[in-house]
Design a binder for this molecule. Structure first.
Ligand code: BGC
Length: 418
């Protein structure tokens, strides 16, 4: 499928790819996710280990991204590295992340920096973590420590997918106990609630409690206040949008799901400088509530229906609910071993962006998930979302056809036909 030749993407449109610290860096030793991976009986099918060694190979990756023709890169700062022990901020780790930012800026690659992407310091989780009354202060301390290295960064996301994380953070609760494996064994049912076969960000998860949502909103508001006072960054957060559609007669149910899963967070984005839209698939709401992929649908490796049109639905929804907050697509992609499907999917998604632009929606960029095949949380490394393949022994990177294709689309600002 070709990108529509009539598409006019605005000058300065961000064309890039995204990654996350725990999924790419490797050896994130002081984080809760690392501890969970080591627990007997944990939901992780394998450990993250060295991951794709982004911690050491970031320069190579930025060079590769640029050489492909992309002009922006979303990566994250890992709280567990910056503050491995409560109150002990590592100047060396902050300098590490500053070097990545400096290099991006020097190369003309726009950095989009996430401050929290699912993983937290183990000490924080052990002392109550996201369920404790201290969360806003502790997260705020970390954000304040990071501010000095954000000079020159325009786009900062405070929390990745707070709407998913409001449920997911519960995975780490066993770590608060002296014998986490025993707690995990006892709470197996609760565990399976967040690691269903449809993946971590599927709506097979239990609904987020309002209390957890309020915690996310408060942590975000504090971070935004600190960032605005101490940096010149534009501040937002990134929201998973499931592009929900009601079966006829079930519009009330749709309203309910949209409220608890999405609108609460998108409404907070009204006060932000931008919002990250993250979309993979679309789901129906019917008599039994949220429905999985329809029978006969083409499924991706994560068992999500193949829906390139989901992104357009998500952008229009975010635009409506935020009342016009500028948007960046901070994640969109497909888990597949068939790279032609990745190109087809992405073409469909980009044509969707083009239609929203034509209708006057303010979309500033498209960052594909993900740059390099990486650690897909509980599913491990078998799930491949990347534009670039990696040999996890030599760490050699090999761009797929989709990487070269997206690079050409980027270089022509969307006018390239495949
Ligand atoms: C997350 C990523 C994840 C991706 C695919 C998003 O929910 O932000 O960390 O890898 O979806 O599952």
């Amino acid at each position: 499928m070709a990108v529509n030749a009539d598409i006019v993407f605005p000058a300065g449109f961000l064309w890039g790819a995204s990654c996350a610290p725990h999924q790419n860096e490797g050896n994130n030793l002081n984080s809760d996710m690392w501890a969970l991976e080591q627990l007997p009986g944990s939901s992780f099918v394998e450990r993250s280990g060295d991951s794709v060694d982004f911690y050491h190979r970031w320069k190579e990756d930025i060079d590769l991204l640029k050489s492909l023709g992309l002009n922006s890169f979303r990566f994250g700062i890992e709280w567990a590295r910056v503050e491995p022990v409560r109150g002990d901020f590592s100047a060396a780790e902050l300098a590490h992340y500053r070097r990545i930012i400096d290099y991006c800026l020097a190369q003309g690659v726009e950095p989009v920096v996430t401050l929290h992407h699912f993983s937290s310091p183990l000490w924080f989780v052990q002392s109550g973590g996201w369920g404790s009354s201290e969360v806003v202060d502790r997260f705020g301390d970390y954000v304040a420590a990071v501010c000095p290295i954000l000079d020159g960064v325009t786009w900062v996301a405070t929390i990745n997918e707070p709407n998913m994380f409001a449920v997911m953070y519960q995975m780490s609760i066993p770590l608060q106990y002296p014998d986490p494996a025993a707690v995990l064994a006892r709470t197996g049912a609760a565990r399976s609630a967040v690691d269903g076969e449809a993946g971590l960000n599927a709506f097979s998860m239990p609904e987020p409690k309002d209390e957890a949502a309020q915690t996310m909103l408060r942590a975000h508001a504090r971070a935004r206040e600190i960032l605005r006072a101490r940096t010149s960054a534009k501040v937002g957060w990134t929201i998973a949008i499931q592009s929900l559609v009601a079966r006829e007669g079930y519009e009330d149910r749709l309203d309910h799901y949209q409220r608890v899963w999405e609108d609460t967070y998108l409404e907070a984005s009204r006060d932000d400088d931008w919002v990250g839209v993250q979309s993979y698939t679309s789901q129906l709401v019917g008599p039994d509530g949220l429905e999985g992929a329809p029978a006969g649908a083409e499924l991706t490796q994560t068992a999500w229906a193949y829906r390139p049109d989901a992104l357009e639905i998500a952008l229009r929804r975010a635009w409506d609910v935020t009342g016009g907050t500028p948007m960046i697509v901070t994640e969109n992609g497909i888990a597949t071993s068939d790279d032609r499907r990745r190109i087809d999917y992405t073409t469909g998604a980009l044509n969707g962006i083009a239609r929203t632009l034509a209708d006057g929606l303010d979309v500033r960029g498209y960052l594909h998930w993900t740059f390099i095949d990486n650690f897909e949380w509980v599913h491990g490394y078998a799930i491949t979302f990347g534009l670039v393949a990696v040999d996890r022994t030599s760490f050699e990177r090999t761009p797929k056809g989709s990487a070269r294709w997206l690079g050409r689309v980027a270089e022509t600002n969307g006018a390239h036909l495949s």
